[in-house]
Design a protein. Sequence first.
Length: 228
Amino acid sequence: MKSSVRLSSMSVSVLLIIGFAVLFSFASEWYSNRLKLEKLTYRERILHNDLQHLEVVGKWTLDYVKIEKALMYMLGDRISEVSFRILAEHLWQISQSYSLDPLIILAVVAQESRGNPLARGRFHTGRFSGALGLMQIKLETAKSMGSRFGLVIESEADLLRPEVNVAVGTAYLIRLIGKYGNWREALVAYNLGHSAVDKLLEKNAPLPTFYYEGVVSKYKDLVAHCSF
């Protein structure tokens, strides 16, 4: 009878040892799987971040290529290689900083000067209007806008540099977008002057749309030309 009791006690001990062993085995397996899962989750997060980064870099690259194609289409060999590269870089930086489609800026260039960096605006009488370069900026406006971001403009010759002209013209256009809150009124103001647009808006008079429609038309043309 005593022997039977001893066997039962031994059996219980053995079962406990086996139970602890199985439990330890399960715990070790669970911990190992948890570590593997954490590593996989970490790798997945890294991969996701890498993919997002590649998407951003890819968009930046496409935007830059789009700018180059549009500039070549509009300007051809009318500016030097150095000016071409500087202008492309400036347009790319502006488009990224303000989340603008660079082709919209170039559509304004096409409307204003047809891509002629030496363009000089004329009134209907033939008299010089004071507007210069790719975005047809006047010297007074350029000096005022340039001083806002540390760009010194002293003469008409400065405005005939494509990269300077586009930087100032775009800054002025962005200011108008901020003032009116939409592209249509901003573009009309870019053409007529903000004072003229303000007076029309105060009177609830209709704004002339020919300039705005011209920019939109040229934008569509550039999009079609620069599509991949």
